[in-house]
Design a protein around this ligand. Structure first.
Ligand code: T5A
Length: 201
């Protein structure tokens, strides 16, 4: 069976992932890509998003991890796997590397990559100094959710974990300096993807 192209964007808070996902979505519009975001992207995911990001209850770190992963598995079953099997392009704003970095790297929960979770073909890591990213969010007036509201040290552990993940899988990860302009970063994304898009026809 022909497999589509699976592209994910990762990074610490305020790294500009969502901006880049939107720019990529516009650039690929003619190919009708499937765009997803995590947590969310379907009914279960949106409900889990409410619990893990905005709920008032105290969550055990491992329980938090399973909630993110349960939402992901449902999104894979409902959206990602069928789209890839149909040869479509799937673009995800966060995926399993977020769990490895936030719950694994920053909270210290033992994490693995389940064999039923498809591996992305390309993962863009938008790398930005933690303070810089948090400042961007503050400037944008975004009210921090439960995870965003963690300490600067927590977010530094997230950023370090991302760097280790990128170093351990250099073929999958493309690390981009996210302090540059939106347009410059988008050009770097397109440059990385162009050969794969050409091959896909
Ligand atoms: N989480 C998630 C886990 O802990 N485990 C998991 O498994 C998963 C899936 C999700 C939270 O959940 C955690 C991680 C997160 O804390 P969210 O509300 O979905 O939270 O938010 P984020 O994924 O963090 O994404 P955001 O959309 O809030 O931020 P982004 O994507 O980092 O940044 P973006 O594009 O919205 O940009 C932020 C601001 O910077 C500006 C934008 O205009 C915007 O104002 N900007 C730039 N400014 C200057 N130069 C550039 N190049 C810029 N690019 C963007």
């Amino acid at each position: 069976m022909r497999r589509g192209l699976f592209i994910t964007f990762e990074g610490p808070e305020g790294s500009g992932k969502t901006t880049q996902v939107e720019l990529l979505g516009q650039a690929l519009a003619g190919r009708e890509p499937v765009m997803v975001r995590e947590p969310g992207g379907n009914e279960l995911g949106e409900r889990i998003r409410e619990i893990v990001l905005y709920g008032a209850m105290e969550l055990d770190p491992e329980a938090e991890m399973y909630l993110f992963m349960a939402g992901r598995r449902q999104l894979i079953a409902e959206v990602i796997a069928p789209a890839l099997a149909a040869g479509q392009i799937v673009v995800a704003d966060r995926y399993h590397d977020s769990t490895l970095a936030y719950q694994g790297g920053a909270r210290g929960v033992p994490t693995t990559w389940p064999s039923t979770f498809p591996r992305p073909d390309v993962t863009f890591l938008l790398s930005v100094p933690v303070e810089h990213g948090l400042e961007r969010l503050a400037r944008a007036g975004k009210k921090p959710d439960r995870v965003e509201g963690e300490s600067v040290e927590f977010h530094k552990r997230v950023a370090d974990a991302y760097e280790r993940l990128a170093a351990s899988e250099p073929r999958r990860f493309t690390r981009l300096d996210a302090t540059g302009s939106r347009e410059h970063i988008h050009m770097a994304v397109m440059e990385r993807l162009q050969p794969m898009l050409d091959a896909a026809g």
